[in-house]
Design a protein around this ligand. Sequence first.
Ligand code: COA
Length: 158
Amino acid sequence: MAPADLAAVNTVAAQVHLAHPEDAAVFAERLALHPAGCSVLEGDDGVAGYIVSHPWRTAEPPALNTLLGSIPAPASTYYIHDIAVLPSARRGGAAAAILATLVRHAATLADNISIVAIGGTLPFWQRQGFVIARDPKLDAKLKSYDADACYMVRKLDR
Ligand SMILES: CC(C)(COP(=O)(O)OP(=O)(O)OC[C@H]1O[C@@H](n2cnc3c(N)ncnc32)[C@H](O)[C@@H]1OP(=O)(O)O)[C@@H](O)C(=O)NCCC(=O)NCCS
């Protein structure tokens, strides 16, 4: 992902995450803070998907639509902020492929990778090796994402 992709990334986000809109500044800040964690999926008609991720603190998923300020170093987790693929480009293995690459990058920075799973994607994340990490302290924050949102973690071999 390059800064020039951000307008297209926001267009994809607006189509995929109708219930979870985030300001353009959120994606721009993540890209500026950790470009190695941001990628786009090039489709025939331009950007068809993206992933945004960064080193972070375990069990502290940022509230939606908030800026990070800075990236912790060292990090206690590697956090996937968002992954989205346009419906027309789904089920082709794109998400699994970028996650395989991202896991190798994440393992250079933390011993686990984490995500807040929303929108019925729990089976997708389980297939990717993530397990639910229950923490009552997170309940209120998770509800702000989605009634069924859950914090999930996958241990990484380093
Ligand atoms: C979740 C998402 C990124 C998956 O992208 P994708 O490119 O279609 O995923 P892949 O084709 O790489 O699928 C990998 C595997 O997961 C399976 N899978 C994909 N989406 C799934 C889902 N929603 N539920 C269960 N399994 C799913 C695929 O069948 C595939 O299985 P296989 O390895 O046996 O072939 C996409 O559905 C999406 O953008 N959803 C809306 C945005 C969203 O909710 N993002 C997650 C935020 S937490």
